[in-house]
Write a protein that binds this ligand. Structure first.
Ligand SMILES: [Zn+2]
Length: 127
């Protein structure tokens, strides 16, 4: 990485930080992740699927939306790698993807809204 030369010198720390700044590529990936949940409906669907596996019709009922409207959001979440689907007979079930990205978003949104995670609640009862 080339050394950055700043027009003003206010100490060495900024240059040290700039040299370690994430690349545009890395930032694009993170920005895309946030784009996934930049819609309140999608965020609610994502949160729901963090705690249960459900089909389009039940998710639509929970969101008080139509099946096609929910399908559209599910498609985006799936494309973004946040959720996965599983077919069982005629039914397709959706659930949060098992990856670090999903886990981070799950806990970030709960921390931001100060909502209790039903998983942790369940956990307490299991012990
Ligand atoms: Zn949770």
């Amino acid at each position: 990485m080339s050394k950055v030369s700043l027009p003003h010198h206010h100490g060495d720390n900024t240059e040290y930080v700039i040299e370690r700044m994430p690349s545009y590529n890395d930032c694009n990936e993170v920005a895309d992740m946030f784009k996934q949940i930049s819609d309140s409906t999608r965020l609610r669907i994502f949160w729901l699927l963090c705690h249960c596996e459900e089909c389009v019709s039940n998710i639509a009922a929970a969101m008080e939306m139509t099946d096609p409207a929910v399908s559209h959001h599910l498609k985006l979440l799936k494309k973004g790698g946040l959720i996965v689907s599983r077919r069982e007979g005629k039914e397709v079930y959706y659930h949060v993807a098992d990856n670090e990205k999903s886990e981070l978003l799950h806990h970030a949104c709960e921390a931001m809204f100060k909502i209790a995670c039903p998983c942790e609640h369940e956990h307490e009862h299991n012990h």
